[in-house]
Design a protein around this ligand. Structure first.
Ligand code: NDP
Length: 395
């Protein structure tokens, strides 16, 4: 039984709060804190269990430390933005609190995310007897655990990975993002990197595409190669990997709007002068776009996210596809959120649960593939994200 503090009251924060509330035997008390407390209160009002709320700017380390020292949670589930990762890790160290996030650190002024700055905290977390779990969402998160599970049970050696993220959902808007628009657009427009012959190779963003036929009739989609953060940790932790690529589906409408927005400078992150004051174009765009937390009632269709692994087992060439299919409307009926928030929030709750029950408590800073995948995989099925393994996949 432990008290948990959820940081961030967006689409993902709402799902984490809902799912933690369903597991009172682990999360005996829940505090939801964010920059805008009214959003925390709106989430708490929909919860069947009591959720207390607080207002905090996570970039203000002394204020966050003071809140943690006052409230004494065992763990912070950080689902605000990646810009705050290091500040939240600092506050957790100051207050002696475990840490978990779903997106790796990225400085606001440079659109480049990497684990290096967070891995540098490993000794300090270990010395303090604290655990930090990095990237406990779906991708990264479940995809890392899928890889570890396949490596443990199906392969002697994994040689190549294709992580394929299909969102077959339709929200009816010409252009909207399923998670924070600023972070989404920075990710999608960044140079692509993939792992090839033991090193990262850079190409233009979304410059390679392929068709992918999802299992179970979810449909056939165009998927585009882009850089995603789990490639960095998986390439490090599975040295047998020769190739690793990440693919994501986008609708034609999304790509058309993105191209125009890029061409006119609306996705820029450098400040520009506008009517006598500085503004960041991408931040203005975020303010104009639909809030991802509001997409739940409108989104219909399914997500299909999984890992295709190739390698050797008992000297034989082996192929496995491990995947989850998730229905937007079922997620909405359960939590009020669409499937992208749901598939992120459920693994965040599971990572938190395993940390608090001790199964995944290990002082230091860890990516999920470094921990035993079995309890996480069992919990995915138990808590709303059942998965399957097949050899019947072409890609
Ligand atoms: P939203 O933009 O919907 O929510 C972000 C929340 O964080 C908002 O409530 C926002 O407050 C709050 N916040 C922002 N800055 C601060 C701050 N300085 N201090 C306190 N609170 C702050 O984002 P999502 O819910 O869609 O995404 C949340 C996180 O999940 C992101 O980091 C995203 O990258 C990650 N993610 C991970 C995925 C995965 O599979 N691993 C998939 C999808 C998302 P305010 O309301 O005031 O703006």
């Amino acid at each position: 039984m432990a008290k948990v503090m959820i940081l961030g009251a967006g689409g993902v924060g709402g799902v984490v709060a809902h799912k933690c509330a369903q597991v009172p035997e682990v999360f005996s008390e829940i505090l939801l804190a964010s920059r805008t407390e009214s959003k925390c209160r709106a989430i708490a009002a929909r919860s069947p269990r009591e959720i207390r709320t607080a207002e905090v700017d996570a970039d203000d380390v002394p204020a966050l430390t003071a809140l943690l020292k006052r409230e004494k949670p065992a763990l912070v589930i950080h689902v605000a933005l990646p810009y705050q990762d290091l500040h939240v890790m600092d506050a957790c160290l100051n207050a002696g609190v475990h840490y978990l996030d779903t997106a790796n650190y990225e400085p606001p002024e440079t659109a480049k995310f990497e684990y290096r700055r967070q891995w540098e905290y490993a000794e300090r977390f270990a010395a303090a007897g604290l655990t930090a779990l990095l990237g406990s969402g779906f991708d990264p998160g479940a995809t890392n655990v899928f890889t570890a599970y396949l490596a443990k049970h199906h392969f002697d050696e994994i040689r190549s990975l294709d992580i394929v993220d299909v969102n077959g959902g339709d929200h009816g808007y010409p252009f909207a993002t399923n998670f924070n628009p600023e972070i989404n657009i920075r990710e999608v427009t960044a140079p692509c990197r993939h792992w090839e012959k033991g090193k990262f190779v850079e190409t233009a963003p979304l410059s390679r595409k392929r068709r992918f036929v999802c299992p179970e009739g979810v449909g056939e989609y165009q998927v585009y190669r882009l850089y995603h953060e789990e490639l960095e940790s998986l390439a490090k932790h599975f040295p047998s990997l020769k190739e690793a690529q990440f693919w994501m589906s986008f609708s034609d409408s999304y790509l058309k709007h993105l191209e125009v927005l890029q061409n006119v400078g609306m996705t820029g992150i450098a400040p520009v002068m506008f009517e006598g004051r500085e503004i960041v174009p991408l931040r203005l765009l975020k303010a104009l776009l639909p809030d991802p937390a509001s997409l739940g009632p409108r989104t219909r269709g399914k997500t299909c996210i999984g890992v295709i692994a190739r390698g050797l087992k008992d000297g034989q060439k082996t192929l496995r596809y491990l995947y989850n299919i998730c229905d937007h409307q079922q997620c909405y009926a359960e939590t009020g959120a669409q499937a992208v928030s749901y598939t992120t929030g459920v693994p965040a709750m599971i990572g938190a649960k395993l940390l608090l029950t001790g199964e995944w408590r290990r002082p230091g800073v860890w990516n999920l593939e470094q921990l035993d995948p079995d309890p996480f995989m069992a919990d995915l099925t138990r808590h709303g994200l059942p998965w399957k393994i097949t050899e019947d996949i072409r890609f």
